[in-house]
Design a protein around this ligand. Structure first.
Ligand code: ATP
Ligand code: MG
Length: 578
C-alpha cells in the first residue's frame, strides 16, 4: 500500500473523551472513529488489524476441527423466553418490536439460537461431537461503555458452542478449546494468564477466563507468588490463615452491650472502640430467593456474592432494603448483629469458625455487643466460604502468598452442561436408543477487545507498538527524498520484493518532511521500518529500525533481500511469536 493513496487520518492531540492509553492511540493513529457511545467505525488501518486478529482466531479454530457458521444477529424473543433469559438478562439485552408487533432482540450471545438450530438438525449420537463457531457482531447495551474497544455496545466476538453426547466428551471438548485459546493468545503476542472462574450452578472447575495483564484492566485476578495457581477474585478460595491465639482457648466473657453512638461502619466502630477490624464481624442482610438471610463475615473482608450464590444455589440474591433491615433487626441500619436475629438462615464465613471475643451489632440503634462467641451465641445455619481473598492470604494450592494483578478479560471458556439443552428440550438419540440431552460448552473471545488489550501492553511515548502478528502493516518503507529518482526506484523495488513475499508493506511515498513521516509510522506502531534516503544511498546503505527495541542497523543495499528477511525473523522471535 502506498501511503499517498491510503487513508489514515492521524491526530497530534489526544482526544478529550479518551481515558486510557489504548483508546487515545486507537483514535490518534487513525484506527477507529466513534459513531455513538460504545459504537465505533473501523477505518482502513483498524480494519487491517482486526482482520489479522480474526485470521489467527479462525486458523486456530479450524485447526481444532471447529466449523464456522454465521448466525443471525436478530433473534426472536420466543427463544429467550424458552431459555428463561428474556426476563433474566435485563437492560443489556436490546429489545425491539417488528412491524407485526413481535418481540425481538439483537444478540448479545447465541446460546439460544445455536441450541435451537441443533435441536432441529442433529438427531443421532453419530453426528456428535460438534463444535460450531462464528466471528460476528454482538450487541450489549452496557451500562458504562468505555475505554474505546474495551467495553463497547457493538463489538465483534468469536463465539463457539460444543455439543457432546456425555460429560466425558464435553470435558474433552472443553480442554481442546482451552488449548486452542492458549495458542491464539500466544500467536497474538499477549502476556496473559488463564484463570479459574466461577461456574455458578454448573459446578466443577470448567470455567476459565483468559486475562491480559494490564494496569487498566477492570478485573482483579489472584495469582500465587510461588505456584501456577491463578483465579479471578470471584472464584479465589479463602483458606483459613488465622492461628488460634491464646484468647481463643480461654472462656469468653458474656455478651456485653456497649454504647456506640452514630458508629455504623466497621471502620468507625474499630476506631471508636480501639479494636482491630478483624475482631469485628459484619452482618449483612440479604433476600435470597424470597427469604431473609444473614451473612456474617470478618470486618476486614468483603462479601463475595458469587460464592454465596453458587454454594447456596441461590438464583435471585439482593441486599435487603432499609425497610427490610428495620423489619429484621428492629433498629436503624448499621447495628445488625447475628444474635437472636429474625431471619430464615444465618451463614457464617468459615474464617469465623470457633472464634470468640468478637464485636458485633446488637440489633439496637447505637449499640454493639462485645464478647461475641460465634458457637455459643449464634444459631449458625452453616459455615461457608463467603468472602474475597486478600493479598497475602495463603494460596489454596501450596500455601505461599497470593497477590493481586489487574486483567482484561479477552476470552472465556465455559462448560454449560445441560443448562440450555434441558431448558430448550434439545435431545438426540444415543447408541442405546434412548433420548438424551446434549452436553454443551461455550467459548467466547472478544476479538475487538483484543486490539485494545494488545495496545495497553505495547506502547511508548511515540505511539502503538504492534506485535507483528496483528500489525496492520508489518513493514513501513520510508522514502525520505521523494524528488530523488534513485530513492524512489529503490523504494519501489523493495516494496515489490516484500509484497511478493506476502508481507504487508506500507510505502510512505508522501511528499512530507522526514520528521513528520517518522512520527506517523511510530504512532501507527508498524514493527519494522526501512529508511531510504539520499544520504544513505550515497554511502550505499539503507536503515532497518525495530519499533519495539528502537534498534537501528545499517545494511548495504546489495544485501537488502536477505537481511530484511533475517531482521524480520528476529523481530518475530523477540516477540516470542510463531
Ligand atoms: P465482561 O465481564 O468483561 O463484561 P462477559 O463475562 O460479559 O465480559 P462473555 O459473555 O464471556 O463476557 O463474552 C465473551 C468475551 O467477549 C469476553 O471474554 C470479552 O472478551 C468480550 N466482551 C464481552 N463484553 C464485551 C464488550 N462490552 N465489549 C467488548 N468485548 C466484550
Ligand atoms: Mg459482560
Amino acid at each position: 500500500m502506498r501511503f499517498s493513496k491510503f487513508y489514515c487520518p492521524t491526530l497530534k492531540e489526544d482526544p478529550a473523551e479518551a481515558e486510557v492509553i489504548s483508546h487515545k492511540l486507537l483514535i490518534r493513529a487513525g484506527l477507529i472513529r466513534k459513531l455513538s457511545s460504545g459504537i465505533y467505525s473501523f477505518l482502513p488501518l483498524g480494519f487491517k488489524c482486526l482482520s489479522k486478529v480474526i485470521k489467527i482466531v479462525r486458523e486456530e479454530m479450524d485447526r481444532a476441527g471447529a466449523l464456522e457458521v454465521m448466525l443471525p444477529v436478530v433473534q426472536p424473543a420466543e427463544l429467550w423466553q424458552e431459555s428463561g433469559r428474556w426476563d433474566f438478562y435485563g437492560k443489556e439485552l436490546l429489545r425491539f418490536k417488528d412491524r407485526n408487533n413481535r418481540d425481538f432482540c439483537i444478540g448479545p450471545t447465541h446460546e439460544e439460537v445455536i441450541t435451537d438450530l441443533i435441536r432441529h438438525e442433529v438427531k443421532s449420537y453419530k453426528q456428535l461431537p460438534l463444535n460450531l463457531y462464528q466471528i460476528h457482531t454482538k450487541f450489549r447495551d452496557e451500562m458504562r461503555p468505555r475505554f474505546g474497544l474495551m467495553r463497547c455496545r457493538e463489538f465483534i466476538m468469536k463465539d463457539a458452542y460444543s455439543f457432546d453426547r456425555d460429560n466425558e466428551g464435553a470435558e474433552k471438548s472443553y480442554m481442546q478449546m482451552y488449548d486452542v485459546y492458549h495458542r491464539i493468545f500466544k500467536r497474538i503476542g499477549l502476556k496473559y494468564r488463564a484463570v479459574e472462574a466461577d461456574t455458578g450452578q454448573i459446578g466443577g472447575s470448567f470455567s476459565h477466563e483468559f486475562m491480559v495483564l494490564a494496569d487498566t484492566g477492570e478485573d482483579t485476578i489472584v495469582v500465587c507468588e510461588s505456584c501456577e495457581y491463578a483465579s479471578n477474585l470471584e472464584k479465589a478460595e479463602v483458606v483459613s490463615s488465622y492461628k488460634l491465639d491464646t484468647t481463643q482457648s480461654e472462656k469468653c466473657a458474656n455478651l456485653q452491650e456497649v454504647y456506640t453512638p452514630q458508629k455504623h461502619t466497621v471502620a468507625e466502630v474499630s476506631e471508636f472502640l480501639g479494636v482491630d477490624k478483624t475482631k469485628i464481624v459484619k452482618t449483612l442482610l440479604y433476600v435470597a430467593d424470597g427469604k431473609y438471610v444473614a451473612f456474617v463475615i470478618p470486618g476486614d473482608r468483603d462479601l463475595n456474592e458469587a460464592k454465596a450464590r453458587s454454594s447456596l444455589k441461590i438464583n435471585d440474591l439482593r441486599m435487603a432494603n432499609f425497610e427490610e433491615v428495620k423489619e429484621i433487626t428492629g433498629c436503624d441500619v448499621g447495628y445488625a448483629g447475628p444474635v437472636s436475629l429474625n431471619v430464615d438462615a444465618i451463614y457464617v464465613d468459615k474464617l469465623l469458625l470457633g472464634k470468640k471475643d468478637l464485636i458485633c451489632g446488637a440489633n439496637k440503634t447505637d449499640y454493639h455487643f462485645r464478647h461475641l462467641d460465634i458457637e455459643r451465641d449464634v444459631s449458625v445455619t452453616d459455615y461457608i466460604d463467603l468472602v474475597n481473598v486478600l493479598e497475602q492470604d495463603p494460596c489454596p494450592r501450596c500455601g505461599a502468598r497470593l497477590k493481586f494483578l489487574k486483567g482484561i478479560e479477552v476470552g472465556h471458556v465455559f462448560k454449560l452442561g445441560e443448562k440450555y439443552s434441558r431448558a430448550m428440550n434439545a435431545k438426540f438419540i444415543d447408541s442405546d436408543g434412548k433420548e438424551k440431552y446434549f452436553v454443551m460448552g461455550c467459548y467466547g473471545i472478544g476479538v475487538t477487545r483484543i486490539i485494545s488489550a494488545a495496545i495497553e501492553q505495547n506502547y511508548d511515548e511515540n505511539g502503538i507498538i504492534f506485535p507483528p502478528s496483528i500489525a496492520p502493516f508489518e513493514v513501513a518503507i520510508l522514502s525520505l527524498d521523494i524528488k530523488n529518482q534513485e530513492v524512489m526506484k529503490l523504494s519501489e523495488d523493495f516494496y515489490n520484493y516484500l509484497t511478493d513475499k506476502g508481507i504487508d508493506v506500507l510505502w510512505d511515498d508522501r511528499d512530507e518532511r522526514p520528521g513528520f513521516k517518522f512520527k506517523d509510522i511510530d504512532l501507527m506502531g508498524i514493527p519494522i521500518q526501512v529508511v531510504i534516503g539520499k544520504k544513505g544511498l550515497d554511502e550505499g546503505i539503507v536503515e532497518f529500525k525495530n519499533r519495539k527495541t528502537k534498534e537501528v542497523v545499517k545494511i548495504p543495499i546489495s544485501e537488502f533481500e536477505e537481511k530484511i528477511l533475517e531482521f524480520r525473523e528476529n523481530v518475530w522471535k523477540e516477540w516470542g511469536l510463531f
